[in-house]
Design a binder for this molecule. Structure first.
Ligand code: CUA
Length: 320
């Protein structure tokens, strides 16, 4: 049966998922070591209890000892052996933890944005994706932030998981050792669609990854789509909404072609030239009510090409 919550091509299994990162063998070894220590001691203790209950049962002609007996050898043995085991678990656990907490100095860094209920991954060249794409055999560092509530990023096949707490950056690192696609989940209850907050981790060879990244960073050809693509990547989105709500600057929705009151008392129609001038020289014109915020926008002169400004204009025009 195919389970809907398994996105990747991993076979569903009762056992652990495959070991796809450098952490996985150590995590699995340690988990099984602790599990077997527990199984062995549980069995010994329960068997001993049953044996003694039977051996010292009340029966005709049996006289129990009136006081508890003491045996130094036994006391020392069952104190020292468990202590050594617990110390071994602690020390090995600390080393494993430090390894997971200390990324190598050279890492490939990907920014992660968690929102209700979506993952967004941003690569060093600005490309965005909803699935996590990474090259194999390379240390990867995720720099993660939440836009709303607490989330947690978990890749079972990598055996690593880190909470993403709003108001700070959380990081985690790993190195994939297997190509393929692996599930990625949110594992911190974050609202009604928490269970749908999942994505894929796609591990590829460096060449395949580079090809994917080049494709993912290519802008769409349609001017409106291209404008939207720029709007999301060039920082416009942070201050200008497209749904009419007020963030910092005026919303783009339904603004094209309207007549606007400017802070100097003039009336100006929002047209192609107005948009171009706002992008390249934002301080030269301010709408009434926005004069105090005008310095929050930096000029995009030299950062956007003419064709890109046209694409943004096409996008703003399309927002009726
Ligand atoms: Cu995000 Cu659960």
């Amino acid at each position: 049966m195919i389970q809907p919550w398994l996105l990747a091509d991993e076979p569903a299994s009762f056992w652990f998922p495959e070991q796809a990162s450098t952490f996985a063998p150590e995590v699995d070894f340690f988990f099984h070591a602790v599990l077997w220590i527990c199984i062995v001691f549980f069995t010994l203790i329960v068997a001993g209890m049953i044996y003694f209950v039977w051996k010292f049962r009340q029966r005709p002609g049996y006289q129990g000892s009136p006081e508890a007996l003491h045996n130094n050898t036994l006391e020392i043995t069952w104190t020292v052996i468990p202590t050594l085991i617990v110390v071994w678990i602690f020390v090995r656990g600390v080393y494993g933890y430090l390894d997971m907490m200390s990324p190598p100095t050279e890492t490939y860094d990907i920014e992660v944005k968690a929102t209700q209920w979506n993952w967004s991954f941003k690569y060093p060249n600005g490309a965005l994706s909803n699935d996590l794409h990474i090259p194999i055999n390379k240390p990867i560092k995720l720099i993660m932030r939440s836009e709303d509530v607490i989330h947690s990023l978990f890749i079972p096949a990598f055996r690593c998981k880190t909470d993403i707490v709003p108001g700070r950056l959380n990081t985690m690192w790993f190195q994939a050792i297997k190509e393929g696609s692996f599930d990625l989940y949110c594992t911190e209850y974050c609202g009604t669609k928490h269970s749908l907050m999942q994505a894929m981790t796609v591990v590829q060879s460096q060449e395949q990854f580079d090809a994917w990244l080049a494709e993912a960073s290519k802008p769409p050809e349609d001017p409106i789509e291209w404008g939207k693509w720029l709007y999301e990547r060039q920082g416009c989105k942070g201050c200008h909404s497209i749904d009419g709500s007020l963030v910092v600057g005026p919303s783009f929705k339904g603004s094209f072609g309207t007549s606007m009151d400017m802070s100097d008392g003039q009336k100006v129609t929002m047209d192609e030239q107005y948009i171009r001038n706002s992008i390249l020289n934002p301080q030269s014109q301010a709408r009434v009510n926005f004069a105090a915020k005008i310095n929050q926008m930096n000029s995009y002169a030299g950062k956007l090409k003419e064709e890109e400004i046209s694409a943004l204009t096409a996008f703003i025009k399309s927002l009726k």
